[in-house]
Ligand binder design. Sequence first.
Ligand SMILES: [Cu+2]
Length: 281
Amino acid sequence: MRFIRPNFKSLIAGSVAALAMGTAAFANKPTPGGWWLQDAASPVMEELTRVHNIVFVIICVILAVVMVLMGYIMIRFREKANPVPSKTTHHVGLEVVWTIVPVLILLGMVVPSMQLLYLQDRLPETEMTIKAVGNTWNWEYEYPDYENVDSFVANPLEKAEAQAKGVPYLLAADNALVVPVDTKIKVLVTSVNNMHSWAMPAFGVKMDAVPGVVNETWFEATKEGTFYGQCSEICGALHYKMPIEIQVVSKAEFTRWVANDGAFGSQTAALNTATTVAAPK
Ligand SMILES: [Cu+2]
């Protein structure tokens, strides 16, 4: 019989990497072998990471307590060591404790969870709006606030093209969504045919795109740069071909981009080697 042996070397390397995460450079995309949350680039994701870490610690403590207790019971009360088992079937004190303690743990988790849900769900006073429409199979974007910026479609780059540009294949798109930094942005998400999900891990955003329904969510990017996400609803044959690439630029740069009808000028295009934004048709 063959057993699957865990790769301890990579496990240890991963743990060391996670411990060093505080000092590591900001990663704007999934990393090979990565197993923790992506780095936060929005207030919602920062809060989401904080709540996740709190719950993670609680889970680890519960796991440790249960494992130690199980081990103790199995050794201390095994047949050899304990030939005459106790006939006790009820213990009021113990039952009260094992009811109250989990309730207290859950109450402790409910407060930060509800605060996070509220932060994600309640739209603040947003400064601009973006509409993301899921097609089979690509994303189409509209900037309703800027009439001169035409809607455009984002498709993945071909593998060879992505490799040549040094960008992640199936995450990088031919047209990136361009948004200003430190700006509260409302995102309207819908679909024309089947269900998709517009997700951007670094911003803590994941919103279903449902035909006939306009869902809304929001984000505020706190870092400039290129960020990657994907459709997060198994939507069909080419589900994997729905990358979401967001380019966060300075407010001045964004103003220039809008004034240029949704295109980077020749000077600023050099800043953006990862993507090209198509000029309006
Ligand atoms: Cu999809």
